[in-house]
Design a protein. Structure first.
Length: 101
């Protein structure tokens, strides 16, 4: 499993805008064939900080995600809202579970 944790720090006056734009990207990303998880988390003690947990079957699937229209639109839309450049950290998924709902 190809997992990336993306750390995002958003300018305070754009938090609500970021959430709306990211929700759209999230819903489209979840429909990609190689996608296994796409979680968006907001830090409890600092609402300007987010983590995106992106899990794809392969590195090729993750690379394909970055070529989709919805990702490119999200990237361009949120770029000016960042308090600092977002940081993606690659991980190898070792033990992955399905959520219990």
């Amino acid at each position: 499993m190809h997992v990336t944790l993306v750390y995002v720090h958003v300018k305070p006056d754009h938090v609500a805008d970021f959430i709306v734009a990211t929700k759209t990207n999230h819903s489209h990303s979840m429909q990609e064939p190689g996608n296994r998880r796409f979680d968006v988390m907001q830090q409890a003690d600092d609402p300007t900080r987010f983590v995106l947990y992106e899990a794809y079957v392969s590195a090729e699937d993750a690379a394909a995600h970055k070529q989709t229209a919805h990702y490119l639109q999200w990237r361009d839309t949120v770029a000016g809202w960042m308090a600092s450049p977002r940081q993606g950290v690659l991980h190898h998924g070792l033990f992955m579970g399905s959520p219990r709902l």
